[in-house]
Design a protein around this ligand. Structure first.
Ligand code: LLP
Length: 470
């Protein structure tokens, strides 16, 4: 039944067993009623590796990574010789994942000393690593300088001065990109929009009232004149989970206009990073663009703008994270208990089914943090039962512990059934916690029909492992 409690975009599915290729990784199918990942049944995965379980379709991850490299290089080749694709490792990072990224020819964007340590441990060449962060520690900067990272993406004037000083003390040259805020208000959740003025990231391009130059301009002139800094280029990242090209285009225009202004003053900027943020489909309401479409749109825009401004096209780099890792991952949960509540709406009462699973906000805090929508399917069998409006909730001690806010699931879902929540590859494991002392699930990578653990499940012993006086 179509429930008035459901959001407008959600309709009861014609087939509750369906697997939407827009949302699920390419290796997911239905086989003998069960959901399979590259031919391996979800029941078999849970039997072998336990529940809940993060499953990563390695082939899908790799092919998405390759798609970005191929599409952007094809689109930009004649314009600027090609594009460096930096995988935004904050989306999902393990040593194995970093190796896949390296093998597929991508560079690596890190945002902390910890991410940097994992990238280095995976054997990624320092020249192919960038270090981000609005508040890097001296220790992080020192590592970045001594390892000669390809770029330290400097976020503020005081940080730039600290980098210069540290590099001088270390008798090194720091490769620096400057992160600017082009003033674009990206259409996404406020907590993941990053290029408008009133937020913490980046150097503003607008002079303060009464000032003649912007912080961005002051940083560029300082960096260009500093013997211990190699100014690699400029950077902007407008936000995350963005579907429209317009925001990226506006940001690129503002950056190129600034580059043209600097060129007129004999300051050559030869690289421009336009960040990541390409959206993915979490539910049927999302319509992401293919990398080739994004690449062609951006190349056309950047080509036209560099012509208009009479500047050479800088070498372009991008930083996709979610759109590589997200769709490749999924979470398998086991249903524990269910209940139905009756909710009043315009004078009538309608049922909402609560389906409680064995994980929750500790393995996926995104619904709590950003009101993010997800979907779920009954994965261990096919049911002919009527689809009912359901809410998939976790096992944490909070009523906000919701994994899927609204989804139609077969009415007979019961204890022991398996649910799969797709598109959890990005910012799931990456933002997971031990809230309520839940041990974190394992990550299993499936490649060419073979499954292996790349991160083992936490145990209660792990929960004691940092206690100092046991
Ligand atoms: N580059 C920079 C400088 C970034 O700050 C980010 C994301 C990216 C690239 C990658 O963006 P992506 O392609 O993954 O959208 N936890 C939030 C997302 C935070 C994104 C932070 N920065 C979420 O779960 O939606």
């Amino acid at each position: 039944m179509d429930s008035p409690l459901a959001p407008n975009w959600l309709k009861p599915p014609a087939d509750t067993a369906g697997v939407d290729p827009k949302i699920f990784s390419s290796g997911v199918a239905r086989d003998n009623a069960q959901l399979t990942v590259q031919g391996i049944g979800v029941s078999e995965l849970v039997e072998q590796f336990g529940s809940p379980l993060w499953v990563l379709d390695e082939n899908d991850f790799r092919s998405r990574a390759r798609d970005y490299v191929e599409a952007f290089n094809a689109a930009f080749e004649s314009l600027c010789g090609g594009v460096d694709v930096f995988y935004a490792s904050k989306a999902l990072l393990t040593v194995q994942v970093a190796k896949w990224v390296r093998d597929e020819g991508l560079f690596m964007d890190t945002a902390s000393g910890g991410e940097l340590a994992i990238a280095l441990r995976a054997g990624i060449e320092p020249s192919k690593i960038g270090l981000h962060g609005n508040n890097k520690s001296d220790a992080e900067l020192e590592t970045a300088i001594t390892k000669s990272l390809g770029r330290i993406v400097v976020d503020s004037l005081p940080e730039l001065q600290r980098v210069a000083q540290l590099a001088e003390t270390l008798e090194m040259t720091a490769n620096v990109m400057l992160r600017l805020t082009p003033g674009v208000n990206a259409s996404t959740h406020q907590h993941i929009a990053t290029a408008h003025e009133d937020q913490k990231f980046g150097l503003t391009m607008t002079p303060a009232p009464g000032a003649e130059t912007s912080a961005a301009y002051q940083a560029v002139t300082f960096a260009a004149g500093c013997p211990h800094i190699n100014l690699v280029g400029l950077h902007s990242h407008i936000g995350s989970q963005i579907f429209e090209s317009a925001g990226f285009a506006t940001a690129a225009t503002r950056m190129l206009e600034f580059i043209a202004q600097l060129a007129a003053e004999q300051i050559a900027i030869t690289e421009l990073d336009i960040g990541g943020g390409y959206g993915i489909a979490y539910t049927e309401q999302d319509d992401p663009l293919a990398p080739s479409v994004i690449a062609n749109n951006l190349a056309e825009h950047i080509g036209a703008e560099t012509d208009r401004l009479g500047v050479a096209c800088p070498r372009i780099s991008i930083e996709p994270g979610r759109s590589i890792a997200g769709p490749a991952g999924m979470t398998i949960y086991t249903v524990g208990t269910t209940k139905t509540v009756w909710v009043e709406f315009e004078g009538n009462h309608y049922p909402r089914r609560y389906v409680a699973i064995d994980g929750g906000m500790s393995d996926n805090p995104r619904p709590v943090l950003y009101d993010a929508d997800y979907t779920a399917v009954l994965a261990n069998r096919i049911s002919e039962a009527e689809p009912v409006l359901s809410r998939v909730v976790g096992k944490h001690c909070e009523s906000g512990d919701i994994v899927v806010n609204s989804v139609y699931l077969p009415k007979d879902i019961d204890h022991g059934d398996l649910l799969v929540v797709p598109a959890t590859g990005a910012y799931g494991h990456a933002m997971s916690s031990n809230y309520n002392m839940l041990p974190r699930p394992a990550i299993v990578a499936v490649k060419d029909g073979h499954a292996r653990e790349i991160i083992r499940r936490e145990t209660y012993q792990d929960l004691f492992s940092r206690e100092v006086d046991l």
